[in-house]
Design a protein around this ligand. Sequence first.
Ligand code: B16
Ligand code: MG
Length: 212
Amino acid sequence: MRYEGIIFDLDGVLCTTDHYHYLAWKALADRLGIPFNETDNNRLRGVSRMASLEIILEKSDRAYTLEEKEAMAAEKNDAYRRLLHQITRADLSREVQSTLDRLRAQGCKLAVGSASKNTPFILERLGLGDFFDAVADGNCVTRSKPDPEVFLKAAEMLGLSPAVCLVVEDAHAGVEAAVAGGFACAAMGDAKDDPRAAYHLNAFGELLQATE
Ligand code: B16
Ligand code: MG
């Protein structure tokens, strides 16, 4: 095993809730009369809630106060949380579960590094509430990806230096964050072809060969 620790992004890597994010942002955008489609939604990948809202409001023709923006973010999150209740253990793919189990059996420490403040709730729904050795998420950082803070925090919680950890990411902002923090990165999904990544995964299970 080439790495002592692996830090996984959550959404787009361990599970897929991006459609729920889309539906919740879309409901808000529709109410405000702001155009928003799945392509716009792609720009929100790995980006924090407030930064996502700012991207959506780029197409608005009026300015909003911070108070109004906070209310909008809360409205979106309430809708998103309602949708998250649909997640069950069956949404954790066998490929993800078996790959995680094999990596752990190889002596690798496993952590989550996610921008989402809903990380504990999502992990619980997936049946992974107690699985990871460390969880760093949007609740314990002040700077969001592409700042490396969340991954540095995860490595620190594992007691490992970035040089011996691999980050697995699906967002370009996340790949940038990993590299900025001194981590090697395995990219998949939307960010698969990002040239800054050391590995380009077509599927989660390919991590086993990549880290051999
Ligand atoms: P929340 P990740 C990210 O999760 C999502 O990709 C991004 O779309 C979302 O805006 C962000 O979490 C914040 O989520 O509103 O739940 O705090 O990919 O970093 O696991
Ligand atoms: Mg992601």
